[in-house]
Design a binder for this molecule. Structure first.
Ligand SMILES: Cc1cc2nc3c(=O)[nH]c(=O)nc-3n(C[C@H](O)[C@H](O)[C@H](O)COP(=O)(O)O)c2cc1C
Length: 166
């Protein structure tokens, strides 16, 4: 069996739903990226969070993660996040710098409200020259809330032509 890890970060449960759908389809293990300082507590509302996240980006911060995943035993590592200011949240930088992803196959996915992946999958490949980043899937958060997306997710995974049972 190929070992699959699905790591994800999010604040409002949208990306989590996407991650859980992937886990149901692939049988992979789920791992939530939890910040030491939780965003909702510090910022209280969406506008507050937007401002807070913008500052994190401008200052190129590396928000601390409670516990990093042990990636060594996995072949495929999904990395999921909400679009934050047209790219991945800074905490994803903490993740990819904090664990050794060399030689791993990375599968990005994200939720958004209009920006798609914002070019973040390409950025991820640039940040991880020793990993292979496959084609990711962006899904609009509202669509995840309103409709069952498992068919679309399965179609995307099938197109990656990965034999999960290898
Ligand atoms: C700080 C912040 C910045 C955001 N920036 C964008 C953006 O640039 N483009 C976009 O389409 N959506 C943006 N959004 C919307 C989120 O990507 C979207 O609501 C996402 O589904 C939230 O996922 P979550 O529930 O897992 O936190 C932003 C949301 C927040 C909170």
């Amino acid at each position: 069996m190929s070992k699959i890890l699905i790591t994800y970060f999010g604040t409002y449960g949208t990306t989590e739903k996407f991650a859980k759908n992937i886990a149901e389809i692939t049988g992979g293990d789920l791992f939530e990226i939890e910040p030491v300082i939780t965003y909702d507590k510090d910022t209280a509302n969406y506008e507050g969070l937007a401002e807070y996240a913008k500052k994190e980006r401008e200052n190129d911060t590396r928000p601390e993660i409670k516990q990093l995943p042990n990636v060594s035993e996995y072949d495929y590592i999904f990395i999921g996040y909400p679009m934050w200011w047209y790219t991945y949240p800074q905490i994803i930088r903490t993740l990819i710098e904090g664990v050794d992803l060399s030689g791993k196959i990375i599968i990005p996915f994200n939720t958004h409200e209009g920006s798609g992946d914002g070019g973040s999958y390409r950025e991820l490949q640039e940040a991880l020259p020793n990993s292979k980043v496959l084609i990711g899937l962006p899904i609009r958060g509202q669509n995840l809330k309103d409709y069952d997306q498992k068919g679309n997710i399965k179609e995307w995974l099938d197109e990656l032509k990965i034999d999960w049972s290898e």
